[in-house]
Write a protein that binds this ligand. Structure first.
Ligand SMILES: *Cc1c(COP(=O)(O)O)cnc(C)c1O
Length: 427
């Protein structure tokens, strides 16, 4: 399968190259040249298939013979080794819970798949591959756990000192082995700048194999398509509305690709917090990136969503075609808090702040079209207990069987200085 850049200025590459490069040379995001249609039979009979069977069928459409069948099957099975259940909240509202992985957020799915693909591609390298990633919280923990113990790969995570939750910090600093966490005396933008500079630093690129694990990597997008089909396989009704709490729009893009492949979805809802760039576009036709606004659903605080370029490519730049498939709504923090409270009171279900935005978007869409709806729950409420506990006035328990990251904190403190990062990377 060939992959082309959304900026159309770089030559097509294989899946392998797209994964290793991450971003195309022209600064665009990679997209497959062909989105295959799955046979109607596969969709009709999907209820009889296992997660791995569904995942493998989809992975094959994007990877073809670039990874041998048994290896790809192992990669998919290793990715999907936790539950992705659809849970009914009321007659017309269900949620697809994506938070049963090791770091309690949906990013586990993408990170685990990418780690396994990269590990596979690194097998024949005599040099170790270094994965460099900057994080504001959820990405770093998912990447750390996804790549933990993967042979031939070292992960270096940069996070802003004092600006991520203790829970998130624990999830990325206590693993050790091939995971190094750097506690940067700066903010998230500083971390991101350091990572970017590293890729243009000759002393580094000539001496180590550097790659990035940020969310635009195609190996994080493909596995997100799996769970739309896995969710659908658990429904006994077709054609639902699907609401996706969105920030950088990778999750929604994966859903739109699933629909293109034949998943019967009536409408998608782009549900955002006050960072309403995409809902605004769907209303006005203008895409106007803004500085990000801090909210209580902070994993969605993105003012210039990267995956919008992929969404545009899917619809050949037509806003009206996109609007046929996607509605967009945005909500405030107080809407979000009220919803967390109301849904617990009414249905006994505890939402996290991101899922609450998804729930709100779904309810809004159902005002005009009272069809069955699903929203994605992207994180477990315990991961955002600082927000949820004061609203509900109760302690949120961790899910049963959740493995708390114990051990000592292993992060290395560093200043916001390229020379220091270089030294650590070259060690
Ligand atoms: C990353 C994240 C999102 C946003 O997903 P995108 O694919 O960037 O739109 C939503 N919820 C949680 C909990 C996240 O970690």
């Amino acid at each position: 399968m060939d992959y082309i850049s959304t900026n159309n200025q770089a030559s097509p590459v294989s899946f392998r190259e797209a994964v290793i490069k991450g971003l195309a040379e022209d600064g665009g995001l990679y997209m497959p040249t062909i989105i295959k249609n799955l046979e109607k039979n596969f969709v009709d009979e999907i209820g009889k298939l296992s997660y791995a069977e569904i995942g493998l069928k989809i992975a094959n459409c994007f990877i073809e013979d670039e990874i041998e069948a048994t290896d790809l099957s192992n990669i998919v099975e290793g990715t999907l080794n936790f539950e992705l259940p659809v849970v009914e909240i009321s007659d017309t509202v269900s949620t697809l819970e994506l938070f049963h992985g090791p770091t309690l957020a949906f990013k586990d799915v993408g990170a685990r798949f990418m780690a396994r693909c990269l590990g596979h591609f690194a097998k024949n390298n005599d040099k170790e591959t270094t994965v460099l990633v900057a994080t504001s919280g959820d990405t770093g923990s998912a990447v750390a756990h996804g790549f933990y113990g993967v042979e031939g790969i070292r992960v270096v995570i940069l996070y802003p000192k004092g600006k991520i939750s203790e829970f998130q910090e624990n999830q990325m600093t206590r693993l050790g082995k091939n995971i190094t966490a750097l506690e940067v005396n700066g903010n998230f933008d500083d971390c991101q700048k350091l990572v970017k500079s590293a890729f243009s630093e000759k002393t580094l690129t000539e001496n180590i194999l550097l790659t990035s694990a940020n969310s635009i990597n195609i190996a994080r997008l493909v596995p997100q398509i799996f769970y739309y089909f896995i969710g659908f396989s658990q429904l006994n009704q077709s054609d639902p509305i699907v609401s996706v709490p969105s920030g950088n729009y990778g999750n929604l893009t994966a859903g739109l690709i699933a629909k293109r492949m034949g998943l019967p979805v009536r409408k998608f809802v782009a549900s955002s917090n006050r960072n309403d760039i995409v809902p605004n576009f769907l209303q006005t036709g203008e895409f106007k990136p803004q500085p990000s606004i801090a909210t209580i659903s902070n994993a969605m605080d993105v003012g210039n969503p990267s995956n919008f370029a992929r969404m545009m490519q899917l619809y050949n730049g037509s806003k009206s075609d996109m609007s046929n498939d996607v509605l967009g709504f945005s909500f405030t923090d107080s809407d979000t808090r009220n919803t967390i409270y109301e849904v617990r009171e009414k249905y006994g279900y505890i939402l996290d702040p991101h899922g609450a935005v998804g729930y709100l978007g779904l309810k809004k869409a159902q005002e005009k079209d009272p069809a069955l709806g699903i929203f994605l729950e992207t994180a477990h409420p315990a991961k955002f207990r600082e927000v949820v506990e004061p609203v509900l006035e109760e302690k949120i328990k961790l899910p049963q069987g959740y493995q708390v990251d114990t051990g000592v904190k292993l992060s290395i403190p560093m200043e916001n200085q390229m020379s220091q990062l270089e030294e650590i990377l070259l060690q």
